[in-house]
Design a binder for this molecule. Structure first.
Ligand code: PGA
Length: 259
């Protein structure tokens, strides 16, 4: 792993926890982590929009080593877009990482590679880091199309970005069949796809971008499988759904080196 690729462990809370519950969860997470244990790992939490201001205030007042993230955003800065939240609004709340193109957004809310691309561009323009999600369905994997599906998502999702921009962002590889199912990709399969993502970036952008880009694995990550996933050469972190809702479990994932 290159020097720059500090492990990034992200908790995607999805549509869970109101702002009171969010405050409690982050306090508990902070307590469980202590200060020493989060050295050399960047920990992000991605609560629902309505919780962001409360969590921001808590992180700031207690100087927590936890970084604030969001789950989505729109690509315009402001305007007549009822129900949407802009990247600049998130940046103003000290949000540093924004998940873009999660498979639930693609499957349930019509997100396309084109909208993912516009969002990634807008998140970068607002000074934040996009976590661009990709991943195949079970049918695509069984048909032998997993690699081409992910390659297409990467090429289209990152289209028009400079090599320097790609070098600084995060790609989350989340096989759809592993999300919330308790079924994890084997560490070999996850590693193979993360290496493939890096080779697509090397081909489409540059070797430097491929070496610096952080690649997360996501899909039923738990305290029991994180250490093996993190031991893979091309896996730099994890995007954690269900297990991030419980601070004890999420802290155990962050402390993967102690397993
Ligand atoms: P999961 O979700 O950890 O509950 O499988 C992962 C994700 O959707 O980011």
């Amino acid at each position: 792993m290159s020097e720059a690729r500090i492990p990034l462990i992200s908790g995607n809370w999805k549509m869970h926890k109101n702002h009171f519950e969010a405050i409690q969860a982050v306090q508990k997470l902070h307590y469980r982590l202590g200060d020493a244990e989060v050295e050399d790992v960047v920990v992000t939490v991605h609560p629902p929009f309505t919780d962001l201001r409360s969590v921001q205030t808590l992180i700031e007042s207690d100087r927590m080593d936890i970084v604030l993230g969001a789950q989505d955003c729109y690509w315009e800065t402001e305007g007549a877009f009822t129900g949407e939240v802009s990247p600049t609004m998130l940046a103003k709340l000290d949000v540093a990482y924004v998940i873009v193109g999660h498979s639930e957004r693609r499957q349930l809310f019509g997100e396309t590679d084109e909208s993912v691309n516009r969002k990634a561009v807008a998140v970068l323009a607002a000074g934040m880091t996009p976590i661009v999600c990709c991943g195949e369905t079970l049918e695509e994997r069984e048909a032998g199309d997993a690699e081409s599906k992910v390659e297409g998502q990467i090429r289209a999702g990152l289209a028009g970005l400079s090599s320097a921009q790609v070098a600084g962002l995060v790609v989350a590889y989340e096989p759809i069949w592993a999300i919330g199912t308790g079924r994890t990709a084997t560490s070999e399969d996850a590693q193979a796809m993360c290496a493939h993502i890096r080779s697509v970036v090397a081909d489409g952008w540059s070797a430097d971008a491929a070496a610096s880009l952080r690649v997360q694995y996501g899909g039923s990550v738990k305290p029991g499988n994180i250490a093996e996933l993190m031991s893979q050469a091309d896996i730099d972190g994890a995007l954690v759904g269900g297990a991030s809702l419980e601070p004890d479990e999420f802290a155990a994932i962050v402390q993967f080196r102690q397993h």
